[in-house]
Design a protein around this ligand. Sequence first.
Ligand SMILES: Cc1cc2nc3c(=O)[nH]c(=O)nc-3n(C[C@H](O)[C@H](O)[C@H](O)COP(=O)(O)O)c2cc1C
Length: 174
Amino acid sequence: MKLLAFAASNSSTSINKQLVTYATTLVQAKQTRILDLNDYELPLYSEDKNKMLGEPELAKEFLAQIAWCDVLMISFAEHNLSYSVAYKNIFDWASRINPKVFQNKPLILMATSPGQRGGLSVLQTAIHTAPFFKGVVKGSFSLPNFYENFDVKQGCITHEAKKEELIQTLQTLA
Ligand SMILES: Cc1cc2nc3c(=O)[nH]c(=O)nc-3n(C[C@H](O)[C@H](O)[C@H](O)COP(=O)(O)O)c2cc1C
């Protein structure tokens, strides 16, 4: 299985990147790639810029990475109950090239935040909208209170029940 993972965040200290990186270690994959959305930064999407720039190479590359994988894992940063600008921007550019951004790939969707809702709002949006972009949601997981439930130094979940829940969620890929 070729596994592609990324955090829908452009923070250099992204807690979602830490979570999704940990999740990749729980899956037996032949190859794993972890993307950084900072490598896919494009001008703020507008139809005018779209006319000027056409189909940017970075947006094509983003779609090509998704095309490469057998399974896609995303962990979403929640900004004001919704997507981070970094994710929405590359997604918008990519969707103008191929509206089926997720290309029928199985998805594991996650979110975490320092708060007690664990990014549940953005996660629910991602789950409900994925089929419109030809994403096949296989499982979802939210980790609340990140700094209480994740050991940043060890890079793993410390809350036993949440750890087990994530392992069970990932079983859907087997
Ligand atoms: C503009 C902004 C809006 C935010 N809104 C929310 C929110 O709605 N819900 C939440 O739980 N956390 C919110 N946060 C806190 C983020 O969850 C926190 O910054 C987290 O580290 C983001 O994930 P990341 O580290 O993977 O980028 C917000 C942070 C920023 C900068």
